[in-house]
Ligand binder design. Structure first.
Ligand code: GUN
Length: 315
């Protein structure tokens, strides 16, 4: 039986419709739109696409987003100076530095940059203060992709409490914060990674399986318990025709798109999983749109909190 498809596009539209009156209310009360400052360093094609999507979504939502684009050879000091300017700008409520950074900045650059973001404007939830608050289950700003996955489960009426959730991937952006959120919602959580022994067998015990590894089509049928919910977080660009044929099927419209464009985006979950899973989030149209919706939600939340602080300060 084919898995129920978890429609991330529809869930994202519903979230954005819920945000609209709050954005209008903020704009009326503050006399300006919520403001999001996005920083992009370098010319990585995929990062440019993600940032363009974030800017477009913000414009559609009535959020004033600006892009500061630094060249690939920018220094760490230049990036930090820009972040500090955005921190100090009263009309900027959220600061997002798109990752990854150019390798030339060094392996610790990303953390130094996240450390520099004002926690009150940290719409990614990546600063040490917000990571700590998340672990303590009192976060205001939760990382967008994990928050989006929880929304997708909630809005699809998939119970989390008491379930065994297996998260494949231990990144700071997805795996770790998602494991924490699932734990707070009373799942029994296992985090798997590249050194996990018998990963396939562990994955196959999951009621909720989350694939956030960044390896095209790695999760096959044998990783999935019949009827399990499978969430595909992978966004992998494939250019090899043999890989595309295997993952998209050579008679699909998506494979035709691959032939035309020479590349396609695929998830971490193989299409054969649809035959065994109970519910499955597709790529595209699954987690991706929710990540952007949650960024808008975080920007509004940061703006609302700052407005309250301003009113209190004036008293
Ligand atoms: N790169 C991939 N995902 C993300 C994200 O959620 N935030 C930022 N800043 N960069 C990313």
């Amino acid at each position: 039986m084919a898995a129920r498809l978890l429609d991330g596009t529809a869930a994202a539209l519903a979230i954005r419709a819920e945000l609209a009156p709050r954005i209008a209310d903020f704009t009326r009360r503050a006399g300006r739109q919520p403001g999001l400052g996005i920083v992009l360093v370098g010319d990585k094609a995929d990062s440019q696409i993600y940032v363009t999507n974030k800017l477009k979504s913000a414009a559609d939502e009535g959020i004033g987003a600006t892009l500061s684009h630094l060249p690939a050879d920018a220094s760490l000091d230049q990036v930090l100076t820009l972040v500090r300017m955005l921190n100090a700008d009263p009309a900027t409520d959220g600061v997002l530095v798109q990752s990854p950074m150019p390798e030339a900045l060094g392996s610790t650059a990303m953390q130094s940059i996240f450390d520099a973001i004002d926690p009150a404007k940290d719409v990614d939830g990546f600063t040490p203060v917000n990571v700590g608050r998340l672990v303590q289950n009192r976060a205001d700003l939760v990382p967008c992709t994990p928050a989006g996955i929880i929304e997708l489960l909630k809005r699809s009426a998939i119970d989390i409490a008491g379930k065994h959730a297996v998260v494949i991937g231990r990144s700071d952006i997805v795996g770790k914060p998602l494991a924490t959120l699932l734990l707070h919602r009373h799942a029994t959580v296992t985090v798997c990674h590249s050194r996990t022994v018998d990963l396939q067998e562990v994955a196959a015990t999951a009621d909720i399986l989350i694939a956030a590894i960044g390896r095209p089509g790695m999760v096959r049928k044998s990783f999935v318990k019949p009827g399990a919910t499978v969430i595909d977080v992978g966004i992998n660009r494939v250019t090899d025709p043999a890989v595309a044929r295997e993952l998209l099927g050579d008679r699909s419209a998506r494979y035709e798109g691959f032939v035309k464009r020479g590349s396609a985006v695929v998830g971490d979950v193989h299409r054969e999983v649809a035959d065994i899973a109970g519910a499955l989030s597709p790529v595209p149209g699954g987690v991706g749109p929710l990540t952007i919706a949650m960024l808008m939600a975080n920007t509004l939340r940061a703006a609302e909190m700052r407005l309250i602080d301003t009113i209190v300060d004036r008293r």
